[in-house]
Structures are given as structure tokens and as C-alpha cells.
Design a protein around this ligand. Sequence first.
Ligand SMILES: [Fe+2]
Length: 413
Amino acid sequence: MARSRIATLVREKDEMARTAWEALAERPPSHASAQALEPEVLAETARALQLIEQEQRAPGVMATVQDPYACLLQTHLAKFGAASPMPGARTLEVKFDEHDALRWAASAVFTWWKRITRFQWTDPVTLASPFPNKARVAVFGDWATGLYGAPEVSRSIAGERAGYQLVLHLGDTYYSGDRDEVDEGLIQPWPRAAGALHRALNGNHEMYTGGEAYFEAVGREFGQHSTYFALQNDHWILAGLDTAYSDHALHGAQAQWIGTLLAQAGGRRLVLFSHHQPFSLLEGQGPRLVAKLAPFLKDRRIFAWYWGHEHRCAIYDAHPAWGLLGRCVGHGGFPYFRDKLPGAGGGATAFLRVDTRRGVPGAHILDGPNPFIAGHESRYGPHGYASLEFDGPRLNEVIRSATGEVLRAAQLA
Ligand SMILES: [Fe+2]
């Protein structure tokens, strides 16, 4: 039986009034082999189940939380859940009343969780690798579900006639980037554009398993042996940051490395790529990223910054103090609810205006239905990606739908 990709928690009717804690704790294991759980395991599992259940608003559609234990539990349930997937479906419904299965999962996942270690931190061998002056870059984030718009994004990038010189994922392989998820969500469906350099940043989800499967896979498949790196041509420096090894922060000497890149930049402009956001109009801010890069931001040395993590597409105005052009392109393949913005929710795909607030620049935010989330098309926002076209000192930015349709094009330089 092929394993499923999604674990959806479903409560039986008689469980509706109970909390996950009660459901697990009240009934003793009925199976002779089922072990009683340690209170710590029980509490942690009940907490994780509640988190998952709160986030899961549409039955059968992938949902997740930013919680390591909950994500490991999702990975485990998707793989080893007790209930059989519906025939032909990729969704597994793990019923709350299957206490023995949950106990078994909790016990296994708790042990797994306690043993997780992060991959060996590795600095890049070269300061910056050469990059053609005329080059096209495909950028997509939060894509590695293997589902919904993700295969379309992949087909569109791989099939682009003009080709790409760099294919770059901004991180997050769901639920927790274990070996199977990296293989099925990141590596197998990866857009193998001919002749391109392939790079994948790590996100918080890969790091829930310590990032080992991800790091091993990008080394083997892409020849990528560090999680931060730079490319440069005569006019531009493209730098990928690791903001996940230390969550939403810059681990190691990355800030100094950016300083070194800028010191030798000459007239080159710097474009950053990361999983996490430095700022946001609609979610949390990235104060630790901003603090580490403050001197370069204040000196207006960062031209543009592309990030994911937030599941939406947001095109920010130039930052009033730092000059940088911020872009969130975390709408690569994970199902996300459409933002409740004035004018949102209709049948058309459009960029909606959100004004500046609390020092965060205003933005145009993509709204529209998602044709790849069957049965829930109008509730979820569209998937897609960005194409960056470098030509000497010029940079053209194209925001595309999952199938490659141009939604917005602008010359940034
Ligand atoms: Fe993320």
C-alpha cells in the first residue's frame, strides 16, 4: 500500500465534546500490547493533537502547524496511521477513537523527537560562485508538498522554453522533512530545468527532523554542500541565507559573510533569498534577522529580498528606510486560506493593496481561488512562483501562476 501524504484528524461523533487530552487519557489501552504512556508523552501528544485540529479547517486538505512535535506526529501518522486511505485518495483519516494507534504513534514519535540532532553546520567553500550576466532564476517557496499546485509549478518551470540558469526553493518540506517526505515532496517532483543550477534553502519544517534528510539530499542531488551560498556576475550578487538552522535567525557567521560579500561587491547589487521574513504586514516580524543585518540595511546595501514561510504572495513597496524591495513568494504549494482583505474572496485573481503600517511598507497581495484544491477552490489562495530575469544591470521580475501565466511583470532595475 502506498503511504499517504496527508494525515487528517477526524473526531467520531461521541468524541466531539472531548478534548484530545481526554480522548487519549480517559480510556485505557484496550490492546494487550498497548503500553500505558508516560504522563509527559500523553500531555505532549494531546497538546500537539489539539494544535493540529485547531489548524485543520477543511477536511482532507493538508494543514500543519509550526511545532516540531506536532509535525513529527503528522509525518508519522501519514506514514503509519492505522486507518486505511480511501481508495485512490492521498488522504489518510486518523480517527480520534483509535486510541491504541495514537498511543503507539505517540510513543514512537516521542522517542524519535528526543533523539533528533541537527545536520553538521557547513560553511560554503567559496565566497561566491560565478553566474552568467544574462540569467533567469525561478524562485518558489513552501512548495514541497508534492500536491495541489506544486506539480504544476514544477512542470511550468521545467518546461519553460527560455530555460533557467538557477532553480531555487526557499524551503519547507512538509510535514517535517524526513527521508520519505524529502524524497517524495522535494526531490522527485523537483523542476529539473536543463542546464540549471539547483539550490534549496532549508525551512523550519525540514529542521523539525534536524534537516539531515534535506541536507543529504541536496548534497547528493544538487551538489549543494552548504545551506547558505552566493553567486555573482558583473552586476549582481545573489545570496541564499540559512534562517532555519537557528529558527528565524542567522546561525554562524552569515552576517559577517554578507559583510565580506559587500566589501568586495564593487558596483554589484545584492539580492537576498531566505526562508523566513525580515518583516511582514500580515504575520510576525523577523527582528533577529534585521538586527544581524542592520548595518547593511541602514546603508541601503540590500537591493531586494525574496522570502517564503508565510503562505502568500506579497510584493512590497520599497522600504522607506532601507530602500530594499521585499517579496514574499511562499505560495508555491502549501494550501493557505485567502487573506481577509478589502476586495478579496471573488472569483478573479488579482493583487490587492494593503497600506503601510507600523513601519512595514505597503504591499500588493495576491488574492484569487486555487483550482488545485478540489472541492475548496474558492477558500484557498493561488499557488505560483517568481521568475527573475537578469540581463546585465537590468532585472525584470515576473510573478507567475502555478501554470506559468504572467500575473505581474515589473522592471526593478
Ligand atoms: Fe516555514
